[in-house]
Design a protein around this ligand. Structure first.
Ligand code: DGL
Length: 276
């Protein structure tokens, strides 16, 4: 039987790691009264270098956790998981909003002819972004995509550390320079939730390049859904954020503070799925 949601039911946000904090932050800013439950699979990050069946299994484990929490909407912040959403969405009874569709929706409103996408290797190889962008674009667009094998992991573990951020910058140059300077992209979709966490750095390296963060679009789509379904929580009530991770609780608590999440009511450990 489907659970019955009401306005006080929580909203779920999931990601392979801390990257989805960029989505949780956008929701906190737009809908501060909502109660968020965040799940990051710190034990298994990076997802983007895994084969599809393994990503689906790990994602379904997280979906099931959030289904038990009776979330009224699930934000699939992880772009990599968004590419296999059709194999996961039946694990929850609430509507899902995924990052790739949100990113494609955001691009469809822009007046550009050449779009760049940076993402994990899995997202790049899936061609999910170019397909969804082109599917809804009324005019001819060129979509260039680049898969970055190391960038998500570098961001996950180096945020706030100047030495580590130098490694992030070096990796960005290696992956993004050719699309910016040789291919002359007119905007860049941050097709992995970890990348918006270093958008200041990307802006510094590529001044004037418009960056598309699917997080903003996801928060707006969530608000539209909750409003039309009469599930929006009373704006006078305080919001909450409870974080669960299969990884390091102290690291998640630190990262949550670093990216500006507020409030963060709890950070708890949850056992990872066994991959044997
Ligand atoms: N944050 C995830 C995404 O949006 C990817 C990081 C990973 O490879 O696990 O694709």
């Amino acid at each position: 039987m489907n659970p019955v949601f009401d306005a006080n039911s929580p909203v779920g946000v999931l990601d392979s790691g801390i990257g989805g904090f960029s989505v949780a932050r956008a929701v906190q800013q737009l809908l501060p009264a909502e109660q968020l439950i965040y799940f990051g699979d710190g034990a298994h990050i990076p997802y983007g270098n895994h084969p599809e069946d393994k990503i689906v299994a790990m994602a379904r484990y997280m979906f099931s956790f959030l289904e038990q929490k009776q979330v009224k909407a699930l934000l699939v912040a992880c772009n990599t998981i968004s590419c296999v959403i059709d194999r996961c969405a039946d694990a929850v009874s609430c509507p899902t909003f995924n990052a790739v569709q949100a990113g494609a929706n955001a691009v469809s409103r822009l007046d550009v002819e050449k779009v760049g996408v940076i993402s994990t290797v899995f997202t790049h190889n899936s061609r999910c972004y170019p397909q969804r962008i082109l599917a809804q674009s009324p005019k001819k667009l060129v979509v260039l995509s680049c898969g970055c094998p190391d960038l998500a992991r570098l961001v996950e573990h180096n945020l706030g550390d100047p030495g580590g951020m130098a490694a992030v910058e070096a990796d960005l140059h290696q992956e993004l320079d050719h699309m910016v300077y040789d291919d002359h992209i007119q905007c860049c979709v941050l097709g992995c939730t970890h990348y918006p966490l270093v958008s200041d750095t990307i802006e510094k390296l590529y001044p004037g390049l418009p960056l598309i963060d699917p997080a903003q679009q996801m928060a707006q789509e969530l608000r539209a859904y909750l409003t039309r379904s009469d599930l929006l929580r009373n704006a006078g009530l305080p919001g909450r954020l409870d974080v669960f991770t299969t990884g390091d609780v102290d690291e998640y608590a630190l990262r949550a503070r670093q990216v500006g999440l507020d409030p963060v009511n709890s950070v708890s450990y949850y056992p990872p799925m066994s991959l044997d």
